[in-house]
Design a protein around this ligand. Structure first.
Ligand code: GLA
Length: 342
């Protein structure tokens, strides 16, 4: 847009290890990445008007009216309405959205959009409040009972660092990411819709398990053996995944990519066999990456059911990620979301 008065930017995130642990109060090791959502705009009273080339349709939201969020079309307007309900902005804006983040790919495009929208609506609370607001907006907009992995990664990202998040108390510890390593992300070509997937069902299984054996991040594999069938498998994933995150954090600090890579590949097996959120295409990409020279390990990243895989490799080991899957990126850990007034 010509002569915008502000721009906001929210990065996506890639989770190196620790999936389906956040809503169980567990651990994860993500980073914000250099693919993201930018909104440029000019303030105006009373209305938010947005257009984007990334998604179909334009959104016009009257801020004085109460909206039935779940029935707004185009669908991405639901995020705008849900965030507006939370922020209650004193003025609107007219703007455009540009995104380098693929949607439905497990790289947190919806959380990035929500956080960018909240900043565009001049949200001025704390960073933690911003993350919590975006989480509530996701539930209101598309009914996904997500954890806080995406929002915390996007808000608290730091250039050159990954972060260990402990969802027991949402504490964050940044860990320098070794400069001689690459984070490779490959798209499976399978777009997934979290709301349509079995995300809520998986979360409910973890809650059932926790009711029986206590908080999963503190439970042992022996504890999970007292559970039955699917509940046992889901709990076993969370318990083992939290342990893999602990070990990965130590290995990353010690610049031991071999161990981190092995843990990532074990994480994929657990997500495939115990949590059952992988697909044959994701499995195939992980296998292909694992036989590529210079790659330490690979796994699906995010919720699964399609989307992307992430791999850790020596710097430059994969010079053309597109050649491996049709669509891929070498991503770099970046700073979190920010607002810029012009
Ligand atoms: C999605 C959710 C997150 C998290 C991941 C799986 O990205 O939004 O809260 O549960 O799936 O780790």
């Amino acid at each position: 847009m010509t002569n915008p008065r502000f721009t906001v930017y929210a990065p996506g995130r890639v989770n190196l290890i620790g999936d389906h642990t956040d809503y169980a109060g567990g651990l994860a090791l993500p980073c914000a990445i250099d693919l993201g959502v930018t909104i440029a705009g000019i303030h105006q009273p009373g209305r938010v008007e947005l257009q984007t080339d990334a998604l179909e349709g334009n959104v016009v939201l009257d801020l004085g009216t109460k909206h039935d969020v779940a029935s707004i079309e185009p669908r991405w307007g639901r995020y705008v309405a849900a965030v507006a309900q939370e922020v209650r902005p004193s003025q609107g804006f007219i703007g455009s959205i540009e995104s380098t983040l693929p949607t439905g790919a497990g790289l947190s495009s919806s959380a990035a959009l929500e956080i960018a929208l909240a900043l565009a609506m001049e949200f001025n609370g704390s960073q933690m409040e911003l993350a919590l607001l975006a989480q509530r907006s996701e539930l209101a907009a598309v009914g996904v009972p997500c954890g806080l992995l995406d929002q915390l990664s996007i808000v608290f990202g730091r250039a050159g660092h990954a972060m260990v998040i402990d969802f027991a108390d949402n504490s964050i510890e940044h860990v320098a990411f070794p400069e001689d390593l690459d984070v490779v992300v490959l798209h499976s070509g399978q777009e997934r819709q979290l709301a349509d997937s079995h995300y809520a069902e998986r979360r409910a299984s973890c809650e059932l398990a926790a009711d029986r054996i206590g908080p999963l991040p503190k439970a042992t594999i022996a504890d999970t053996n007292t559970l039955d069938g699917d509940t046992r498998r889901r709990a076993r994933h969370v318990v083992s995944e939290c342990e893999r995150v602990r070990q990965s954090a130590v290995a990353l600090r010690e610049n031991d990519p071999t161990t981190v890579g092995q843990l990532m590949t074990q994480s994929h097996a657990s997500l495939r066999d115990d949590f059952q959120v992988s697909t044959p295409v994701l499995d195939e990409l992980v296998d292909r990456l694992n036989i590529t020279p210079g790659v330490y390990g690979a796994r699906l990243t995010g919720a699964g059911f399609g989307g992307c895989v992430v791999a850790l490799s020596d710097r430059g080991a994969i010079s053309d990620p597109n050649a491996l899957s049709g669509r891929g990126w070498i991503v770099h850990p970046t700073d979190g979301a920010r607002r810029k007034t012009i």
